[in-house]
Design a protein around this ligand. Structure first.
Ligand code: NAP
Length: 434
C-alpha cells in the first residue's frame, strides 16, 4: 500500500513537499488540501500583481499537481470541514504547509483605528483574495504611511503609485484597480525604524522605484552613510552596498516633475496612531541604530495621513489540535516534525522570511523526514478522505475544476492582463455548476 500523505496548504511550501516526495521515487499517494478553490497560496494572493514573471513558478507546481499519484482538493478547510484528528486517522503523514496568513500587530496606541490595515490584508485585497473582497481600503487620502522596509512594503508603495499604463499587465481585479487609480493618493511614506543599510529590500525591487513613470523616490541624503559598516556576512554586505548605491543614485538623479512621491523615511519608529475613530496621522520617534538595534532619540514628528499599512511581518492563526511556539510565532516543531505522523514546512515551520525558493529545501526536508519515519502505508488515505467529504456534502474543487476556473479567468481578462480573477468562492462554484 502506498504511504498516504496529506499536504494542507497549496502554496509554494506545500507544492515543494509534493515535488520532493514525487522525486524521491517512493510509493506515495499525495493529497493536497486547500481551503480556497484556487491553488498556489501566496503566488496568487501575495506576490505583487505587477510581478507576473515571479508567478510563472506555478508551471512547476502544475507539473506536480498533474502527476499520477497527486490529487488536489480545493475548497476544503481544516477544522471547518475536517479536523486534524480525522486527518491523522486517515493519512500516514500530514504536512501542515499553511503559511502565516495573519497580520503582525504594531502594538502601539491607536493601532485599532479604522484606516490601520496590515499588509496581509491590504495585499490580499489588491490580489483578489476572497477573504478581503469587502475591505474598505481607506484610500480617500493624499498621504499613505507604510511601516517597514521589506519587500512587502516596497510592493505596496509601488502598486499605490504606478500609472494605469504601468499596471496593464497586472492582474488586479477590475474594481480594485479602479479604486487605486481613482484614489487621491500622491505621497507614500515608507518608514523604516532602522537605516538604509539595515533595510531588507532586495536590490531589484529597490531599483524599480527609480524608474516609475509618475512617482519620484525621495530620500534625505543625510540619512545615507558613505559606506556600509557593521558586522555582515560577505553576501549581506554586498547586498547592502548595492542598496546604498541605488539610494545614492536616486538622490543624484534629477528630480523629474513627477506628481507623486515615495518618501524613504529612515530612522523613525511608530509610537502612536493619531485621530478619532479613523486614522488622521501617525506619530513617529526619530531613532539611531546602536548594535544593530533602533533606539529612540526622544525627538518626535507627525505625518498626517488617512491610511497606515504596517508591513512588518505576519502572524500564525493557531490551529486547533496543533501546538504553537509562542516565542517564534510558528508551529512548535523540531526540524519540521510536530508529532508522530505530523509535519510542517515553509513559513508555518520557520517564520515569514525568505523568497519563494527558500521553501524548496523545506520541502525536501519534510519529504525526507516522512520517508525516514514511515516505511509503509498503514492508513486508508484517499478513499476514506473522499468518503468523509461526501458524507458531509462538501463540494471539493479538483485540479481539473481549477483548470476550468483558470480558463474562465484568462478568457475574462482585459487586454494585456493575464486574468480577471474571481474574488468569491460562490462565483467559482457557480461557474463549475454551469
Ligand atoms: P521583512 O523583510 O522581514 O521586513 C519587515 C520590515 O518590518 C523590516 O523593515 C522590519 O524592521 C520592520 N518591522 C518589524 N516590526 C516592526 C515594528 N514593530 N515597527 C516598525 N517596523 C517593524 O518582511 P516582509 O516585507 O513582510 O517580507 C516577508 C518575506 O517575503 C521576506 O523574506 C521578503 O523578502 C519576501 N518577499 C519577497 C518579495 C520579492 O522577492 N520580490 C516580495 C515580497 C516579499 P527591522 O529590520 O528593524 O526588524
Amino acid at each position: 500500500m502506498p504511504i498516504s500523505v496529506a499536504i494542507v496548504g497549496s502554496g509554494p511550501s506545500g507544492f515543494y513537499v509534493a515535488e520532493a516526495l514525487i522525486k524521491s521515487g517512493a510509493d506515495v499517494a499525495i493529497d493536497i488540501i486547500e481551503r480556497l478553490p484556487t491553488p498556489f497560496g501566496l503566488i496568487r494572493g501575495g506576490v505583487a500583481p505587477d510581478h507576473q514573471s515571479t508567478k510563472r513558478v506555478t508551471r512547476a507546481y502544475e507539473r506536480s499537481a498533474l502527476t499520477e499519484c497527486v490529487r488536489y482538493y480545493g475548497n476544503v478547510e481544516l477544522n471547518r470541514d475536517i479536523s486534524i484528528e480525522e486527518l491523522r486517522n486517515t493519512y500516514d503523514a500530514i504536512v501542515l504547509a499553511t503559511g502565516m496568513p495573519g497580520d503582525a500587530k504594531l502594538g502601539i496606541p491607536g493601532d485599532d483605528k479604522k484606516g490601520v490595515i496590515g499588509s496581509a490584508t491590504f495585499v490580499g485585497w489588491y490580489n483578489g483574495h476572497p477573504d478581503f473582497k469587502d475591505l474598505d481600503p481607506c484610500l480617500n487620502t493624499a498621504n499613505v504611511v507604510v511601516i517597514g522596509n521589506g519587500n512587502v512594503a516596497i510592493d505596496i508603495a509601488r502598486v499605490l503609485v504606478k500609472t494605469p499604463e504601468e499596471m496593464v499587465e497586472a492582474d488586479l481585479p477590475k474594481g480594485v484597480a479602479e479604486a487605486i487609480q481613482n484614489a487621491p493618493v500622491t505621497d507614500v511614506y515608507m518608514v523604516g525604524r532602522r537605516g538604509p543599510v539595515e533595510a531588507k529590500f532586495t536590490n531589484v525591487e529597490l531599483r524599480e522605484m527609480g524608474h516609475l513613470a509618475n512617482a519620484r523616490a525621495v530620500i534625505d541624503p543625510s540619512d545615507l552613510p558613505d559606506s556600509v559598516t557593521g558586522d555582515w556576512s560577505d553576501r549581506d554586505r554586498r547586498l547592502r552596498e548595492r542598496n546604498l548605491e541605488t539610494l545614492k543614485e536616486f538622490v543624484a538623479a534629477p528630480q523629474a516633475e513627477k506628481p507623486k512621491a515615495v518618501h524613504f523615511t529612515f530612522f523613525a519608529k511608530p509610537v502612536e496612531i493619531l485621530g478619532g475613530d479613523r486614522v488622521e496621522g501617525i506619530r513617529l520617534e526619530k531613532t539611531r541604530v546602536a548594535n544593530g538595534r533602533a533606539e529612540g532619540t526622544g525627538e518626535f514628528f507627525d505625518i498626517a495621513c488617512g491610511l497606515v499599512i504596517p508591513a512588518i511581518g505576519y502572524a500564525l492563526q493557531p490551529l486547533a489540535g496543533v501546538p504553537m511556539d509562542e516565542e517564534r510565532g510558528t508551529i512548535r516543531n523540531t526540524d519540521g516534525r510536530i508529532a508522530e505522523g505530523l509535519y510542517t514546512a515553509g513559513w508555518a515551520k520557520r517564520g515569514p522570511t525568505g523568497v519563494i525558493g527558500t521553501n524548496k529545501p523545506d520541502g525536501v526536508a519534510a519529504a525526507e523526514a516522512i520517508l525516514q519515519d514511515i516505511k509503509e502505508g498503514m492508513k486508508p488515505g484517499r478513499p476514506a478522505f473522499e468518503a468523509l467529504l461526501k458524507s458531509r456534502d462538501i463540494r471539493w474543487v479538483s485540479y481539473a475544476d481549477w483548470q476550468l476556473i483558470n480558463e474562465a479567468e484568462v478568457a475574462n481578462a482585459a487586454p494585456g492582463s493575464p486574468r480577471e480573477k474571481f474574488v468569491t468562492t460562490e462565483d467559482m462554484l457557480d461557474l463549475l455548476a454551469n
